[in-house]
Design a protein around this ligand. Sequence first.
Ligand SMILES: [Zn+2]
Length: 259
Amino acid sequence: MSNGTENKLDILDWSDWKRVLCVVAHPDDTEYGLSAAVNMWTRAGIEVGYLLLTAGEAGMKRYPAEAGPLRQGEQRAACDAVGVEHLTILDHADGHLMPNLDLRRDIAREIRGYRPDVVIAQNFDVEAPWGLNQADHRAVGLATIDAARDAGNRWVFTELADDGLEPWEADLLLVAQPGNPTHGVPVDDKAVEAAVHSLECHEAYLADLPGHPAPVDFIPMMLGQAGPAMGAENGVTFRVHELGGVAKSKDAGADADEA
Ligand SMILES: [Zn+2]
């Protein structure tokens, strides 16, 4: 049965997850492979939410005032394609993101409100596996790793608690599709198909990029390239970091934070 491929990545155990929050800069950022893993999770009954820091209004040939609403609509359809109901799109300026306190506060606010077991950050390396990474991706990825901890600290962004948002510690922080993955999530044919469809939902956006390969051609190829390292045909890679939330009782809910 062996095809000579060495399994280098551990399989990520998501069997006890209840809620996952993916934090990205733009509409479509989750649709380049990550949405296949998302579809595996939502079909298993796990709630997955997306937080987008911008509407991606600077990503098209048409004027931002037209592109922003158009891309928000395309993102809603992409979410529907993989079973994601919860979608928050903030109005930070596309192309101008910095990993600063404003960004961290907004991400921490969403984490406290949504209360995920797992927060997923996008790749924030200067050089990503697909080439030089985009400035907003780097900013949001870095801000997300900090915000995941800020969300659990009562004494950071105290105004959030004033708004009724109590501290929340997720268990894990995952970086999606990093250059140095530790774990993999194998995905089945149905998830590959859903991932292709989720990117196809960004129809007007992709039509503005004439050289862009068709999702049906390259998404299965991407997932197929990642699969063998986890002993699967198709998969999505992650780097896993523990946030320390496992040390506290999740069942106690809000009571766990009373001191
Ligand atoms: Zn992007």
